[in-house]
Design a binder for this molecule. Structure first.
Ligand SMILES: C[S@@+](CC[C@H](N)C(=O)[O-])C[C@H]1O[C@@H](n2cnc3c(N)ncnc32)[C@H](O)[C@@H]1O
Length: 278
């Protein structure tokens, strides 16, 4: 069974190695920022997909009437969540370690004329005072972090009482695939190889190939996320199924991508609340 306390001790590990890991992580995301953005841009293509995302995100926000919320998107990348929250009228800050990613996110916000601030920083040590945000959200970030427990405690620290943490992720290294899923992955990879002459996984996780064994979450298990969020003091923590968003988005994806990646990983959002007063 996953032990959140043991995880925290392991994260106390040596600060120097964490520092050099961070440098490599920045280099890796800078290097693949444009390629990653190309894939990210395959989502939210149609009005129906955009509407479904908006409805789902709205349903997961803390209930504060029509109020404009202060939202932090940690590990914002090209601004996938940040831009959606901004288009819903909230006040949004997107934070990322990678300057190249932040540049792309800012370009997108400018094109869409959405007021959004982007700031360089570390999800595990945030440059904000306590009680700054109503919502701390992130998507596909946890698997990249050397110290996910420390990061979640930081998110809780900067959250206002009554605020909510939203973690969206997937079981990327799920090994328990059905025969049908394995066949689809094989067909997807073959299709990419024969149509593009490219080995699908080659060069993708350049830095993470070496780092993966040092990252506690290379495939994110919702049960472990729940344990870490509860250990960080959040209440009412539970998993929400968001497979319907993926199914809708996948309708617009190229077949090879859909087969080799999308259908084989379960996606979820884990949400938890901060109670108490300042
Ligand atoms: C898989 S991408 C996800 C991007 C975006 N959230 C999305 O949904 O497309 C992971 C992002 O996390 C960023 N990242 C990795 N470690 C980080 C850290 N310690 N602090 C802040 N951002 C980090 C990377 O630079 C990258 O932009």
């Amino acid at each position: 069974m996953f032990d959140a306390e043991q995880q925290e001790e392991a994260e106390g590990a040596d600060a120097m190695s964490t520092k050099s890991m961070k440098e490599r992580i920045i280099e890796d995301w800078n290097w693949r920022s444009r390629e990653y953005t190309g894939r990210s841009d395959m989502y939210l293509q149609t009005e129906r997909q955009q509407r479904l995302w908006k409805e789902t995100l709205t349903g997961l926000l803390p209930a504060r009437g029509e109020e404009r919320l202060d939202v932090l998107d940690v590990g914002t990348g090209p601004g996938f969540l940040a831009l959606q929250f901004a288009s819903m009228g909230h006040t949004v800050t997107g934070l990322d370690l990678s300057p190249s990613m932040l540049e792309i996110a800012a370009e997108k916000a400018a094109v869409l004329e959405l007021p959004c601030s982007f700031i360089e920083g570390d999800a595990e040590s945030l440059p904000f005072p306590d009680h700054s945000f109503d919502v701390v959200a992130n998507r596909h970030l946890l698997w990249t972090l050397p110290n996910p427990g420390r990061a979640i405690r930081e998110w809780v620290r900067v959250l206002k009482p009554g605020g909510r943490v939203l973690v969206m992720d997937g079981d990327w290294t799920n090994k328990q695939l059905t025969y049908k899923q394995k066949m689809r992955i094989f067909m997807g990879h073959s299709l990419t190889f024969f149509t593009k002459g490219k080995i699908p996984w080659k060069g993708k996780g350049r830095g993470y190939d070496d780092l993966a064994h040092m990252l506690p979450f290379s495939g994110v298990d919702p049960g472990k996320v729940i344990a870490l969020m509860e250990a960080a003091g959040l209440n009412g923590v539970r998993e929400h199924d968001v497979q319907h968003l993926l199914d809708a988005d996948a309708e617009s994806f190229p077949l090879a991508y859909r087969w080799s990646f999308i259908d084989s990983h379960r996606r979820f959002i884990v949400a938890g609340n901060k109670t108490g007063s300042i």
